[in-house]
Design a binder for this molecule. Structure first.
Ligand SMILES: [Zn+2]
Length: 277
């Protein structure tokens, strides 16, 4: 009888754990699932991404790859005002731990609003973080980089990137931090309700613009990059939380710099040296 009671109790505990556990039931360890990683010298590392799958060939042979260094001597000044119009809207979103990064994905294809570039509208789909930064300015790598991914219905891609250095906590990330921490080392996802992309403040009308690629496989090219010149801040704890949450192989999830190959980098605004970092 006692044994039976213990058994019932165990079952209840198990059911309770399954129902109440903060981790998604779809959560899985990602160790064996990784398709690529960021480890130098690893056979799945950045130097081999282009060999892993045929569809990833651009990672190896593409001539318009990202990220790049934006040095003053390579940058061409464009004395034009900000031609990018932003029209974001708050909408329901899901937080995902993809193993190699943490992503906020807005539901629907066009619900979270868009940016407009040269008469084309690109709809906001998701944002995610890299640490340290992938792009560098005059060789300086920053502590973190946020990418906002936008697409057209024809799957043209425009990415807006923000660079961060250690300082005050980032307000947008602060709101998500508890959810991010609870997903540590788990490939999982959860609905986080309404997320307002306008809380990622654009801050400034100076930016770099160039043609590049996605910085993760399949490294698809033809991506219009806009990198904000203004450097924001993030706290050490926030960087740590992002790094710990993803899997070990992506603790530092920045792809190495890629060759410029005669591409032009435009700087919109006044002189790139004229900054207030
Ligand atoms: Zn990215």
């Amino acid at each position: 009888m006692k044994q039976q009671r213990t058994y019932v109790l165990c079952c209840c505990t198990l059911i309770f754990a399954l129902v109440v556990s903060p981790l998604s039931v779809t959560a899985q360890e990602v160790e064996d699932e990784r398709e690529f990683d960021y480890t130098e010298g690893s056979e799945k590392g950045p130097a081999h991404w282009g060999d892993i799958k045929e569809e990833w060939a651009d990672c190896k042979t593409g001539r318009l790859q990202s990220p790049i260094d934006m040095s003053d001597r390579r940058v061409k000044m464009v004395q034009k005002k900000d031609n990018m119009k932003r029209n974001y809207r708050p909408f329901n979103a899901t937080l995902k731990n993809r193993g190699h990064d943490i992503m906020v994905q807005w539901e629907g294809r066009d619900k979270a609003g868009s940016i407009q570039l040269n008469c084309t509208r690109y709809f906001l789909r998701q944002c995610h973080w890299h640490s340290p930064s992938e792009h560098t300015i005059n060789g300086r790598r920053y502590d973190m980089e946020l990418h906002m991914i936008h697409t057209t219905p024809e799957q043209k891609i425009a990415v807006v990137g923000y660079l961060y250095k250690i300082g005050k906590p980032d307000a947008f990330l602060s709101k998500l931090l508890n959810d991010i921490v609870s997903m540590t080392d788990q490939k999982s996802e959860r609905n986080i309700g309404i997320v307002d992309p306008r809380e990622i403040k654009f801050g400034g009308k100076k930016y770099y613009r160039y043609m590049g690629s996605l910085t993760t496989p399949p490294c698809k090219q033809g991506v219009i990059w806009t990198i904000n010149k203004k450097i924001r801040t993030i706290s050490k704890d926030q960087v740590r939380a992002l790094r710990v949450a993803v899997h070990d192989y992506a603790e530092k999830n920045a792809r190495p710099l890629q060759p410029l190959n005669q591409r032009e980098i435009h700087f919109h605004g006044t002189s790139p040296k004229d900054t207030f970092n």
